[in-house]
Write a protein that binds this ligand. Structure first.
Ligand code: ADP
Ligand code: ADP
Ligand code: ZN
Length: 218
């Protein structure tokens, strides 16, 4: 299957994408993760993206579209993928449409996670990830089973994102409502959109997504 998970910052896109990787064998394509890796490696893209990401604004369309275009040529995504955090603008959606048409890889569906702004702020404030395997956690909603130890790989090192602060979050929400929310209508008009109540717990949201996927497979 080829899916997009759409939703505001902190909605649970990465969490649900990680679940789909484990349960459905899809590959997660997160432009946020790819950009953070480029920043850490100080590549030219990373150097350009760093300052923009720190303010909460969007990285230029051409940069992210280039990254995704290259990634879609890799063999590991042939069995299906889930785009997390891309596309984020109408320009990116049009570029993706062209890329997928060229590669004869049509999209199966677009899942939108609906979450209230207050909950988003709370989710982002408590977010942390394993520095070693990337598994996502939350101080309150998804703590590690043993304090300070990753459930998946046993590492004791964790990271918090520089942009997960209240001030940057305001800019990110503005960017979402201005530039990304129009994609809801865009995919609805194409008959691809599936709306999910993202306010429920992580497992309940996952179950709703699983039911949608079963439906799509028919
Ligand atoms: P979130 O968890 O808030 O949805 P991401 O990890 O997807 O955040 O993205 C973090 C930051 O990386 C964004 O605020 C933006 O600066 C940049 N970014 C990620 N994906 C894109 C994209 N598709 N287009 C433009 N900028 C992006
Ligand atoms: P996104 O990728 O959309 O920015 P994440 O998947 O990183 O969002 O989730 C943001 C934070 O909220 C993480 O700390 C995650 O553990 C937590 N979280 C994700 N889904 C839920 C949920 N349904 N209920 C409560 N917390 C959640
Ligand atoms: Zn880990």
């Amino acid at each position: 299957m080829r899916l997009i998970v759409l939703g505001p910052p902190g909605a649970g896109k990465g969490t649900q994408a990680q679940r789909l990787v484990v349960n459905h064998g899809l590959v997660q394509l997160s432009t946020g993760d790819m950009l953070r890796a480029a920043v850490a490696a100080q590549t030219p893209v990373g150097i350009e993206a760093k300052a923009i990401m720190e303010t909460g604004k969007l990285v230029p369309d051409s940069v992210v579209t280039g990254i995704i275009s290259d990634r879609l040529d890799d063999d590991d995504i042939k069995g299906g993928f889930i785009l997390d955090g891309f596309p984020r603008t109408l320009k990116q959606a049009d570029a993706l449409e062209r890329l997928l048409a060229e590669k004869a890889m049509p999209l199966d569906g677009v899942i939108i996670l609906e979450v209230d702004d207050d909950a988003l702020v709370e989710r982002v404030a408590g977010r942390f990830t394993c520095a070693s395997c990337g598994t996502g956690y939350h101080d309150t909603f998804k703590p590690t089973k043993t304090d300070g130890v990753c459930d998946v790989c046993g590492s004791a090192e964790f990271k918090r994102r520089a942009d997960d602060n209240a001030e940057t979050m305001r800019t990110r929400l503005q960017a979402y409502y201005k530039d990304t929310a129009p994609l809801v209508g865009y995919y609805y008009a194409k008959g691809k959109l599936k709306s999910v109540d993202g306010m429920a717990g992580i497992d309940a949201v996952g179950a709703e997504i699983d039911a949608l996927l079963a439906d799509m497979k028919g």
